[in-house]
Design a protein around this ligand. Structure first.
Ligand code: HEC
Length: 194
């Protein structure tokens, strides 16, 4: 605010000096004979310098609030500090946990193997739709089980095209977690081995 006042006064001061010196030069050169001339351009110059001052002042305000200055940034980050942080010294902020630390327990949504099977796999593996190996058919499953769990899990999760047909990734149930699909495979294998 003080800067603004200084600015306005200096602008008006410079304006007045120019105005007076121009008038003196005019008189000296004999161009101003009628003092009424001064009454005409005096106010005009006044208006000019008020406008000039306003422009300068607004420029200065913009500079004051320029958003890319380090000062501005630190002021903003200060405002964005989480409430209740303890200021230990100049640059050290306490990392102490808030007193109340009650962590919400995630709701158990993981389905069991049989649940996943009934929900997502039975549709094909129950009756052998599209060449799907039927659950409980030991003959069909034994060579598949012999491939090892890693292969069965991977193919059930990522899907694959085999000789018998197309196994869609996760039985086309992408909402299932990998662990849920694995549980379903475990269940299918347990029902299909002797
Ligand atoms: C759209 C029908 C379909 C659905 C739904 C489906 N499958 Fe399959 N699945 C198949 C077919 C077809 C095959 C046989 C592909 C082949 O070997 O050619 C297969 C094969 C498999 C195999 C044997 C892989 C191997 O390497 O021999 C496993 C394990 C399996 N499915 C698990 C699952 C599980 C777990 C689900 C449920 C999350 C599921 N499938 C849902 C069609 C399906």
């Amino acid at each position: 605010m003080q800067d603004t006042i200084i600015m306005i006064t200096s602008v008006l001061g410079i304006g007045a000096v120019i105005l007076i010196s121009m008038t003196l030069i005019g008189i000296a050169m004999g161009k101003i004979r009628d003092p009424k001339l001064f009454d005409m351009y005096g106010p005009a110059m006044g208006v000019f310098f008020i406008i000039f001052g306003a422009i300068e002042t607004s420029k200065m305000n913009k500079e004051n609030y320029a958003m890319d200055t380090a000062e501005y940034e630190s002021a903003v980050s200060e405002r964005l500090q989480p409430f209740g942080q303890i200021r230990l010294s100049e640059n050290k902020v306490s990392t102490l946990e808030p007193a109340v630390t009650e962590t919400a327990q995630p709701i158990q949504t993981v389905m069991t193997g049989p649940e996943v099977y009934n929900d997502a796999c039975l549709i094909c593996h129950g009756a052998g739709i599209g060449g799907a190996p039927v659950i409980g058919n030991v003959e069909v499953w034994s060579p598949r089980i012999a491939q090892g769990y890693e292969t069965l899990y991977r193919r059930a999760i990522e899907g694959y095209q085999g000789d018998a047909g197309y196994m869609p990734a996760k039985g086309a149930r992408m909402d299932l977690a990998d662990a849920e699909v694995q549980a379903a495979v475990d269940y299918m294998v347990s029902q299909s081995a002797n």
